[in-house]
Design a binder for this molecule. Structure first.
Ligand SMILES: C[S@@+](CC[C@H](N)C(=O)[O-])C[C@H]1O[C@@H](n2cnc3c(N)ncnc32)[C@H](O)[C@@H]1O
Length: 249
């Protein structure tokens, strides 16, 4: 099996640690589910430890980083889940759908194997207004518009009259999960190449795009320009940067 996350997955567990406040929102969305399949599970972030969980993950690089004692994992792709129809109460997918080769097929599989679905994703139009994307790396938003995001997921999960709710996932200022907009109040963290390597939206761009953008951010931080422009953010505890939880029942 080819490893879809071989390059991106190196060192993932060091920079992408699940945030407890986001985990609580995911837990609440799982409701009273006794069994959960976590598809595109990676290193196991946001997997509950108080229910029966099976993880599905195609990347050996990611599987090897699952901590000892985490839920059993099956090496497979979302598009072909090796489970019987209706086997689980909930199918969970966290920050993964945009990586699937065929999101429609993967989402149909989530519907087939579980009665409910909980998908953590983002709204790229909201994300496009985030200061990093709007002011430094608009190429991220341009690329993300070509990916499968929240509207497509809602559409795929709402077939046959199913109820779909979209919840905003606000990002705490000290979020421990280093996804793209985690550092909205800690801009200097983006200067660290190791931190940027854990963000697929940045890692997908050529160095010739990222280097000058980060040089500009470095200057703006050194001169105080960034702080002048974004002073209001420094007073916020959480921010809606576009992350969304799609809950289908
Ligand atoms: C950004 S990581 C998210 C991992 C984990 N859910 C988390 O929140 O930390 C994206 C994951 O999707 C996985 N992935 C890529 N293509 C996939 C596919 N077709 N089916 C299932 N998972 C896939 C990658 O291997 C990677 O582990």
């Amino acid at each position: 099996m080819t490893d879809p996350y071989r390059a991106l997955g190196n060192g993932y567990a060091d920079v992408r640690r699940p945030d407890p406040r986001i985990a609580a929102q995911v837990q609440a969305a799982l409701g009273n589910a006794a069994s959960v399949v976590n598809v595109g599970a990676g290193t196991g972030s946001y997997e509950p430890d108080d229910r029966r969980v099976v993880a599905v993950e195609p990347s050996a690089t990611m599987l090897l980083q699952r901590p000892p004692g985490s839920a059993p994992a099956v090496q497979a792709f979302a598009e072909h889940l090796p489970f019987a129809t209706g086997r689980f109460d909930v199918a969970l997918a966290v920050l993964t759908v945009h990586h699937w080769r065929d999101p429609q097929a993967g989402l149909a599989e989530l519907r087939r194997v579980a009665g409910r679905q909980v998908v953590f994703t983002w709204d790229c139009e909201v994300m496009a207004r985030y200061w990093l994307t709007a002011g430094y790396l608009p190429e991220i938003a341009e690329r993300e518009r070509t990916l499968y995001t929240v509207d497509g997921i809602v559409d795929a999960l709402s077939r046959n009259g199913r109820r779909v709710e979209v919840q905003a996932v606000e990002v705490p200022w000290d979020c421990s999960d280093g996804f793209l907009a985690a550092y909205w109040r800690r801009p200097d963290r983006y200067l660290d190449a190791g931190v940027r390597a854990g963000m697929s939206g940045v890692a997908a761009l050529p160095d010739s795009v990222v280097r000058p953008a980060i040089a500009r951010l470095t200057d703006d931080l050194a001169t105080g320009t960034w702080h002048e422009r974004h002073r209001d953010l420094l007073e916020c505890e959480t921010l809606d940067v576009g992350y969304r939880l799609v809950v289908a029942t």
